[in-house]
Design a protein around this ligand. Sequence first.
Ligand code: HEM
Length: 151
Amino acid sequence: MSWFPILLVIHITLAVGLLLPSVLLPFVLRRSSSDGPPGPATRALMAMQGTGTIIIAAGLAITGAAMLWILGPELLTQPWLMVALILYAINLAVAAFISRPNLRRLIGLRQASADDETWRRRARQQRLVAYGMAGVIGVIGMLMSTKPNLW
Ligand code: HEM
């Protein structure tokens, strides 16, 4: 039995799981800039954008590596995969060193009931980070689906 189709379905599901919080969080953050702690949906999306991204990215690397094993490691010389993996590494670094700490600060600010302007400024930063991450994930997905001849 070939594991490839199963791995591909899991891989694409994880890719969507990585993309969704980055797309939805900016809207939820914009709406929840009023007073009071972020609601359960916002906190869930913030958790998925923070630690969730690291966990899902690990799943993408494992399923991706398994598919590489089946298809043959020479696929790694393909320009589309090299560019996709560089973007993947950048996205992971942004998630770990910028997005996650910023989300933690956002939750902390609300619990400490800091003034609204500080919260709004941090939420704006997080929205920009989320837009950027969504864009990068989209480009990776496009590269891995269309496998363009880059050079
Ligand atoms: C943000 C991260 C990632 C996203 C959004 C993503 C997305 C995708 C998508 C949408 C496909 C399906 C392409 C098709 O239509 O057949 C795919 C296939 C694949 N991905 Fe990823 N992927 C990601 C990370 C990775 C990583 C880290 C690896 C390697 C370690 C990897 C290796 C592969 C391989 C080998 C395939 C199969 C390509 C083929 O069918 O020839 N991916 N990926």
